[in-house]
Ligand binder design. Structure first.
Ligand SMILES: Nc1ncnc2c1ncn2[C@@H]1O[C@H](COP(=O)(O)OP(=O)(O)O)[C@@H](O)[C@H]1O
Ligand SMILES: [Mg+2]
Length: 295
């Protein structure tokens, strides 16, 4: 495959969905105050008094897989500054399924680019497995990305000229795995998403839901520490969306850590934990269960 094709894998080409009406409540400042109060209550319930950062009960005492410490991403627009991320502190632990939810412009893509090691913050520290990425070079970030993160995009980002097996092989090619092992491992992941019999087909021969399942298989192939999904159901109808979310839940049940970005509360509620951002700040971090009571 051509080099320029390979590069497209890690580009965030997903378009922001226009319709974010389910989230409009967040514009209401009273709602934000309520969410903040709920977050404090959740922190207290977790016995993390004096600690601003939410730690899920099951993970108290563990070292986080991802640590975001006071992350700022500031864009200078002429004389004005846009705080796309405005002091975000989150810890995410091995085995979690976290949804990051917020309306359009709240800072989700900016945060996803930082979590995905596609970009570095203006200030603050981001650690993966205790490794600080904040001052890494582009090459070092690329290595982290290829080794530790499996990406799932709204538009699938499959290579159209390659068959499904070669698409799923891609992260293993980056990782320098020998050809035969690549094919075996990729085939196992295609089996997991129920598409091994179609291995020789091209992406365009599949439905949207099937293509997204291939991209889930590809994300899993390199056995990454983290699956990062950016609006994974944004291009799918609601029935197919449920199926894709079902697959994400299954792989989480198998022990994979998932961070999913979405503008849609009903999608976010499928995760175990929800981080709500508004104007670049965390306004809720806690269980999906508690979040459901607030919306
Ligand atoms: N490259 C950029 N240059 C200037 N402003 C940006 C840039 N990227 C994002 N922003 C601004 O930062 C804010 C957050 O954007 P973004 O992270 O894309 O939010 P979301 O993904 O939630 O829609 C918005 O106000 C957006 O206009
Ligand atoms: Mg976005």
């Amino acid at each position: 495959m051509a080099d320029e094709e390979k590069d497209t894998l890690h580009l965030n080409t997903s378009a922001e969905p226009e319709d974010d009406t389910p989230d409009e409540y967040a514009e209401n400042h009273e709602e934000i105050a309520k969410l903040k109060a709920a977050q404090e209550a959740a922190a207290k319930a977790n016995n993390t008094a004096g600690q601003v950062v939410y730690v899920p009960k099951e993970h108290i005492g563990e070292l986080p897989l991802l640590e975001l410490h006071d992350i700022y991403k500031i864009y200078k627009m002429g004389t004005e500054e846009v705080h796309a991320n405005d002091g975000i502190t989150i810890n995410i632990y091995d085995g979690e399924f976290v949804a990051i939810v917020g309306k359009s412009g709240s800072g989700k893509s900016t945060l996803m680019n930082i979590i995905g090691a596609l970009d570095v913050p203006t200030s603050g520290r981001y650690l993966i497995n205790g490794q600080d990425t904040s001052s890494m070079s582009d090459d070092e970030l690329a290595a982290i990305r290829n080794k530790k993160i499996g990406f799932i995009f709204q538009q699938y980002n499959l290579l159209p000229k390659d068959n499904l097996l070669d698409n799923v092989c891609l992260p293993l090619l980056y990782a320098g795995i020998p050809k035969q092992e690549r094919k075996e491992r990729a085939m196992r992941q295609l089996e997991r998403v129920g598409l091994s019999e179609k291995w020789m087909q091209k992406p365009a021969q599949l439905s949207g839901g099937q293509q997204q399942r291939v991209s889930i298989a590809r994300a899993l192939a390199g056995d990454p520490e983290l699956i990062l999904a950016d609006e994974p159901t944004g291009a799918l109808d609601s029935k197919t969306s449920r199926q894709v979310l079902g697959f994400l839940k299954d792989i989480n049940a198998d022990g994979n850590t998932i961070v999913m970005i979405t503008h849609d509360n009903s999608i976010a509620l499928e995760a175990k934990r929800i981080v709500r951002i508004s104007d670049g700040k965390v306004v809720y971090d806690g269980t999906a269960e508690d979040y459901a009571k607030l919306i």
